[in-house]
Design a protein around this ligand. Structure first.
Ligand code: NDP
Ligand code: BG6
Length: 513
């Protein structure tokens, strides 16, 4: 249908030669791609990975000869896997179309193999099945490690030695968390590199696959009006805000070992910050972009306890409904001090950003769900209109808001005159509201990232030196928080979070947007 994405549309950033190579890879009768979802019985596989693979299939974005295998310890037949997967598939791309037929076609390409994560023998049996499906074609294999991190290495060891491709590529998508601190992350990288080259490792941060995060560089580097303003000269502060209106529901066991700083700030928000603040890359090549991201991360000051606030949600009753405290979760140890909220001020000590506070705020069980970037500009010098705004100078400054989710939008707050004979100023929005501007559904982040991994495009995946730089910024403060057993500020479930976050921002003359 016309709704469907053309492959050429997806590849519009690649050269004609690259597009041709991609096209032949997609249609080549002699090539096959096998995607193995390791941990296929789990939450992420059901919720995100299989639906994203179906969306890619629906959009004709999967290579002609592809096979999907689920791998996990649970006993399941192919038919049972298909039933499980079918429950999570939707016709979200084109709701008018009955995509039942497409779903059936897709499900016929899905198979299951039960095995242990540390068994060479079980992976060798998988290899045998993969070969049968590859039917003598060049085999390209993608393994998606959708399993808890303590079994990553076992699975990589077995997959790489017993089920890697003999005559094509082998790539492994690794889910977060990539360690808990610099030391454990370095150990994980070292172990992974025993079995894989860096170019085979695709460390996923799904925030990099979100449409508005992808658009950040386009906004900056293809619009003359923004790039000249993108520095300490014009920008007063930048805010990266993540909030969820629900608690750790069901994932308390995982969460308690990590906390919001490791779960959201060190990866999702820091990655967005790096893209926001990096210098212009030499090209759009993955290595050029990742080089710039590393540089900016390495120019940052490690976080300090004095410029941070941590919080944890407590129970709250509203309208006769009682919402639980974090520690009411049965999988969370009683008396846990793990932060479910954090706010911090970060600084980039380079010529472009010297002195500009980059504020981050992330929390669970807050009053709303959303993720956004707010860029607050400086005051207009000698503003003729100061009197009209009175002393509330904040009201007179421009602000650019990139609403990553929900209801994607980019809007710029400007000052304008209220129409009429008097001279009264008003604040208005120049608004790019995605739902109004584009009729097509925005793809899920996992769709873009899976497609990139199949194509070998590394731009949106985290390189090991980026990861090291990110952990160096957070490890000292995480250690200090844990060693000193810092007690979080408690905030009611469904509130705006601890008031401490407002005092923190006020220290930098900033108001959270
Ligand atoms: P699950 O806890 O659901 O685990 C996935 C599968 O791994 C399970 O179905 C189970 O399969 C197997 N498994 C679970 N625990 C163990 C264990 N202790 N030893 C051996 N095998 C085990 O994880 P998720 O699907 O939630 O997440 C997968 C990965 O993705 C994790 O690294 C997680 O941090 C990451 N992630 C998850 C997100 C989410 O929303 N769920 C979001 C972002 C990242 P079986 O018993 O059949 O072998
Ligand atoms: C994951 C975190 O990485 O991102 C979760 O582990 C969080 O705690 C999730 O809920 C948020 O992702 P999204 O795409 O729903 O904003």
């Amino acid at each position: 249908t016309t709704q469907k994405l053309l492959k050429s549309e997806l590849l519009s950033f690649t050269s004609a030669e690259e597009s041709q190579a991609e096209a032949s890879f997609y249609n080549n009768e002699n090539e096959s791609v096998s995607i193995t979802v390791v941990g296929a019985s789990g939450d992420l596989a059901k919720k995100k990975i299989f639906p994203a693979l179906f969306a890619l299939y629906y959009e004709d974005c999967l290579p002609k000869h592809f096979t999907i295998f689920g791998y996990a310890r649970s006993k399941m037949t192919d038919a049972e896997l298909r039933t499980m997967v079918s429950k999570t598939l939707t016709c979200r791309i084109d709701k008018r179309e009955n995509c039942g037929e497409k779903m059936d076609e897709f499900l016929k390409r899905c198979f299951y193999h039960s095995g242990q994560y540390d068994s060479q023998e079980n992976f060798a049996a998988l290899d045998k099945k993969l070969k049968e499906h590859e039917n003598g074609k060049a085999s390209n294999r993608l393994f998606y490690l959708s399993i808890p991190p303590n079994i990553f290495i076992d699975a990589v060891k077995c997959a790489s030695s017993s089920a890697s491709s003999g005559n094509g590529w082998t790539r492994v998508i690794v889910e977060k968390p990539f360690g808990r601190d610099s030391e454990s992350s370095a150990a994980l990288t070292k172990s992974l590199k025993q079995y894989l080259r860096e170019d085979q490792i695709f460390r996923i941060d799904h925030y990099l696959g979100k449409e508005l995060v992808e658009n950040l560089s386009v906004l900056r580097f293809s619009n003359l009006i923004f790039e000249p303003l993108w520095s300490r000269q014009y920008i007063r502060n930048v805010q990266f805000i993540f909030s969820e209106d629900f608690g750790t529901e069901g994932r308390g066991g995982y969460f308690d070992n990590y906390g919001i700083i490791r779960d959201i700030m060190q990866n999702h928000l820091l990655q967005i910050l790096a893209l926001f603040a990096m210098e212009t890359p030499v090209s759009l090549d993955a290595e050029d972009i990742r080089n710039e991201k590393v540089k900016v991360l390495r120019s940052m000051r490690p976080l300090e306890l004095g410029t941070m606030v941590i919080g944890q949600y407590k129970s709250h009753t509203k309208g006769g409904v009682t919402y639980p405290a974090y520690t009411d979760d049965k999988t969370v140890p009683k008396g846990s001090l793990t932060p479910t909220f954090a706010a911090a001020a970060l600084f980039i000590d380079n010529a472009r950003w010297d002195g500009v506070p980059f504020l981050m705020k992330a929390g669970k069980a807050l009053h709303k769900k959303g993720a956004e970037i707010r860029v607050q500009f400086r005051h207009v010098p000698g503003n003729l209109y100061n009197r009209t705004f009175g002393t509330d100078l904040d009201r007179a400054t421009n602000e650019l808001v990139i609403r990553v989710q929900p209801d994607e939008a980019i809007y710029l707050k400007i000052n304008n005159k209220v129409p009429g004979l008097g001279m009264k100023l008003d604040r208005s929005h120049l608004n790019l509201h995605y739902a109004a501007r584009y009729s097509k559904e925005i793809p899920d982040a996992y769709e873009r990232l899976l497609l990139d991994a199949i194509e070998g495009e590394r731009r949106l995946f985290i390189r090991s030196d980026e990861l090291d730089a990110a952990w160096s910024l957070f490890t000292p403060v995480l250690k200090e928080l844990e060693e000193k057993r810092v007690v979080p500020e408690y905030y009611p479930y469904g509130s705006r979070g601890p008031v401490g976050a407002h005092y923190l921002a006020a220290r930098y003359n900033v108001r959270w947007g």
